[in-house]
Design a protein around this ligand. Sequence first.
Ligand code: ADP
Length: 279
Amino acid sequence: MEAAAEPGNLAGVRHIILVLSGKGGVGKSTISTELALALRHTGKKVGLLDVDLCGPSIPRMLRVQGRAVHQCDRGWLPVFVDQEQGISLMSVGFLLEKPDEAVVWRGPKKNGNARRAGEALAFPFQSTALIKQFVSDVAWGPLDYLVVDTPPGTSDEHMAAVDALRPYGPLGALVVTTPQAVSVGDVRRELTFCRKVGLRVIGLVENMSGFVCPHCAECTHVFSRGGGEELARHTGVPFLGSVPLDPELARSLEEGRDLARGFPDSPAFPVLSSIAQRI
Ligand code: ADP
């Protein structure tokens, strides 16, 4: 990795939002992706930084998996997701030779064909260095929002991301939970982490909040109900809304959002659009 880093690579970014969750599988990457889409839909220029190193799923969700990262004189160029270049994405998923194995480092292309392969990514020792590099070496250009999808929990990777991003302005945190009590318990730790490192909590989003029947539109609360909202009340954090479980959303993320067909409609969209208006 020999990107010619510029200290000002994030200087053109107006707002930085870290998306956090107490544990994996609650929909953090989904919410990060849908938030980027919602912000883009309101005309904002958005960067998505996927530093969920062990589960980089956003390239697949946005149908750009397998794309190569190119290098320019200002550093690594993010992958542009839509034709208008309104959403750009950098993910460790682009830098892995075999995304499923998550061990072989592919590195950015220096020109059209060259590729440095074969360097091992030694988890977890290099992960904080990689996160710092993602922050300093990616040539984002001007952005209204940089949305950062972090690993689950609170770890050295989070500290590395916060430390590296902090010089670029106040950081906001969006915390994702599901209604189950265990997840909600994890979120308390997440909120404590935010307080300790001085992250402003934008609010809490409850994901997978019930299942809306596609036939009769009745909402069944598969898990316990209202945990996120209650937790928000107790902790004095804004509650930003609930996103129901939606098979169509799961399917479209599995196949990858096709932005060439316009901006997708999903039950997450109203919630995230309203968040997009407020942040
Ligand atoms: P995390 O980033 O927290 O590990 P993901 O965003 O990868 O979680 O989501 C885990 C799985 O759940 C994915 O297959 C995703 O498509 C699915 N999923 C997340 N949120 C929803 C939802 N509201 N409705 C349906 N499927 C969802």
